[in-house]
Write a new protein. Structure first.
Length: 209
């Protein structure tokens, strides 16, 4: 059965650790999707550390972009799918679409990110698994001083809202503490719709006086 959990928070807030603990609660196979690219020594070190912390029996796919497209074309057997993280997935799509950091093509960047998120959501809808998506909240810090940074902040913020809107639960991470911050609007709308239908059915059973 499909379920989507969005885990969001600041840097070093414990998002990845909590996502891993959540995935380990299941009894079936786990697919871990890593979006980080080892572009420098620091990223090499971080990626290696993350690999060592993951259970050896987990399947890992390293997909810096086109996550939804790949999974729809190459179905995987998994009870839990962990995507770590949405932040880098959005970031990885920006340089090819907007190579000029001083004057980025906002329209091209927005189109390519929207395509990425649309395909990811399609995969989440069509692949029955518990999806655990990790992302950063980047809207609470200072306004980036350069155009590409502001564009990235805006696009990631929009992607976060799209995932939160479809999520069954959203977890806000603070100092390693998971704080549930509510269900998405889709659940609320569905509940209201079901309640309205129940009211109509009950009304039919009441004899008119």
């Amino acid at each position: 059965m499909r379920k989507l959990t969005l885990i969001i928070g600041g840097a070093r807030s414990g998002k990845s650790d909590y996502a891993q603990r959540l995935a380990q609660q299941g009894r079936g196979p786990v697919l871990f999707i890593a979006t980080a690219e080892p572009l420098d020594h620091e990223m090499h070190r971080r990626i290696a550390a993350h690999r060592q912390r993951r259970p050896i029996e987990w399947q890992t796919l390293e997909l810096p972009t086109l996550v939804g497209t790949y999974l729809l074309a190459h179905p995987q057997k998994a009870e839990v799918v962990v995507l770590d993280c949405l932040t880098l997935l959005v970031s990885n799509r920006l340089p090819p679409a907007a190579p000029d950091e001083d004057q980025p093509d906002a329209s091209a960047a927005r189109a390519t990110v929207e395509e990425e998120i649309a395909m990811l959501l399609k995969a989440i809808d069509e692949i029955p698994a518990h999806w655990v998506v990790v992302s950063n909240e980047v809207g609470q810090g200072i306004v980036p001083a350069y155009p590409m940074g502001r564009l990235f902040r805006d696009l990631l913020g929009q992607a976060n809202k799209q995932l939160a809107d479809r999520a069954d639960e959203v977890i806000w991470m603070v100092a390693g503490i998971p704080v549930p911050i509510g269900q998405h609007r889709g659940v609320e709308d569905r509940t209201k719709h079901e309640g309205h239908n129940l009211h109509e059915e009950q009304s039919k059973d009441v004899p008119s006086l």
